[in-house]
Design a protein around this ligand. Structure first.
Ligand code: SF4
Length: 71
């Protein structure tokens, strides 16, 4: 099994919402992950966060405050 995205966290609150059970949360977008994207975040089915997610940034670049775009 592949490793999931390094930006994936599990939180019970964030983005103005709270839940009883921890949900997948993206620390790049600061929002909860939509269910259809969760397979990318967890690198299931051969998906790759780095290749298949437009929000993905290399971990070292995360602190500059910019989102990964079409570079
Ligand atoms: S949305 Fe993209 S950047 Fe965020 S956790 Fe998922 S794969 Fe990683």
């Amino acid at each position: 099994m592949s490793d999931g995205c390094p930006h994936l966290a599990y939180r019970t609150d964030g983005d103005g919402k709270s839940f009883d059970v921890a949900r997948a949360f993206c620390t790049v977008t600061d929002s909860f992950v939509q269910p259809m994207r969760a397979d990318v975040c967890t690198a299931r089915y051969g998906l790759s966060p780095a290749d298949d997610c437009e929000f993905y940034v290399t971990p070292d670049a995360e602190t500059d405050g910019s989102f990964a775009g079409d570079e």
